[in-house]
Design a protein around this ligand. Structure first.
Ligand code: PMP
Ligand code: GLU
Length: 401
């Protein structure tokens, strides 16, 4: 009887590891333990005050009722303006669907496009949620590995070999979580060429577009009309405006059938995203002169430089330099087989567990992103916490024997 309680669909997925670790660190902190969390990727600055003022105005003006399922029109219009100005992408407001975070937008896209057994290509290391959302939508994830030795760049021969007659979608994520890779124009052109050749759709997750250091973010959908018509752009407010808790993300598609399918799905699942958060997002985009993201970027850049240098100074760890996002993704495989105070570190899971219990430092195991030789550290935390956390990791590694 017991084994009939849960659906096969749910038994086939695991909870988000990034969120689980962050929750664990939060609980430890609440109980008085001084934990340093390199867990969830969440900017450490507060939501800018002009955005909060927009939300307060929404409350005072009684903007507290249902909106259009896909978001109120003025918000979708300013999203269109942003996509045109910043990404060279022209959409109409009815081609934008605002959802409860980019995570929800991504799910809506997969759920609307996938039939059971369709194959969806994902490049590893990948953001943890892609695999489980693909499974939740009934489709099959097909992982194409990228290697640290090759700078985590796509091996296009290997990629093309994995395409079958069941392949329907390619998910790309540039800047990438967790590797920080930012695809070049040539790489995007090659992905586009393959998508056209095999008649595939592309889901392009551009949530970290603003967090780039030396390279420029380019949306694959901006290359030409053909690739634009087969691409669903995913973006949101969590990272660019430090609005993780407000839960506003969106998708953009020039395929009106996809737009109305996603609208239909969302109309039955959640209706509109929270109206007050929508007004806050509207304010974020329509008063951009108040907020200078460059100042944030220069802070992220100095943290990136510090963390990568420090990790590479540890003899058991090596870390490549990310071009974007705010994660370091070091190789820790040289620690495997060693012991900390008698506790064996077999793999990344042991490394993370022993580090958390013994040193009170939370990091995410690489296996959540498809590669168990690594761990992920979000460096979107205060400089002080980062210094403290890194010195604890160094001490941990120095005492492995
Ligand atoms: N895509 C990637 C690659 C992410 O790391 C995240 C996590 N914030 C999301 C999408 C979802 O962001 P949100 O749901 O907070 O908008
Ligand atoms: N996307 C962030 C991360 O990868 C936040 C947590 C989550 O939604 O997975 O850590």
């Amino acid at each position: 009887m017991e084994n009939r309680v849960l659906s096969d669909r749910v038994l086939n997925i695991t909870a988000s590891v990034t969120l689980a670790i962050t929750n664990k660190a939060r609980e430890m902190k609440k109980s008085g333990i001084e934990v340093i969390s390199f867990g969830a990727g969440e900017p450490d600055f507060d939501t800018p005050s002009y955005i909060k003022a927009g939300a307060k105005r929404a409350l005072d003006e009684g903007f507290t009722k249902y909106t259009a399922t896909s978001g109120f029109l003025e918000l979708r219009s300013v999203i269109c303006d942003k996509l045109l100005k910043e990404n060279n992408l022209s959409y109409k407001p009815n081609q934008i669907i605002v959802s409860n975070g980019a995570k929800h937008a991504l799910f809506n896209a997969l759920f609307s496009l996938c039939n059971p057994w369709d194959e969806v290509i994902v490049f590893s290391p990948y953001w943890v949620t892609y695999i489980d959302q693909i499974k939740m939508s009934g489709a099959v994830p097909v992982v194409v590995e990228t290697e640290k030795n090759n700078g985590f760049r796509i091996d296009f021969t290997k990629f093309e070999e994995r395409i079958t007659d069941k392949t329907k979608i390619i998910i790309i994520n540039s800047p990438n979580n967790p590797t920080g890779v930012v695809y070049s124009l040539d790489e995007l052109k090659e992905i586009a060429r393959i998508a056209k050749k095999y008649n595939l759709y592309v889901i392009s997750d551009e949530i970290y577009e603003k967090v780039v250091y030396s390279k420029k973010h380019i949306s694959i959908a901006s290359l030409d009309d053909d690739i634009k018509n087969r691409t669903i752009v995913i973006n949101g407010f969590s990272k660019s405006f430090s609005m993780t808790g407000w839960r506003i993300g969106y998708l953009a598609t020039s395929n009106n059938n996809i737009a109305s399918a996603v609208n239909k799905v969302q109309s039955h699942m959640t209706s509109n995203a929270n109206s007050i958060a929508q007004k806050a997002a509207f304010t974020a985009l329509s008063h951009d002169c108040d907020f200078d993201f460059n100042a944030i970027i220069s802070k992220f850049l100095s943290k990136r430089n510090y963390i990568v240098k420090e990790l590479n100074s540890m003899s058991l760890i090596s870390c490549s330099e990310p071009d974007g996002a705010f994660y370091a993704f070091p190789d820790i495989s040289k620690c495997f087989g060693k012991k900390y105070k008698g506790r064996l570190i077999k793999d990344d899971l042991d490394f993370c567990e022993v580090l958390l219990e013994e040193k009170k430092v939370a990091v995410v195991p690489g296996s959540a992103f498809g590669d168990k030789n690594f761990i992920r550290l979000s460096y979107a935390l205060s400089f002080e916490d980062m210094l403290n956390g890194i010195s604890r990791i160094e001490d941990f590694c120095n005492n492995l024997e």
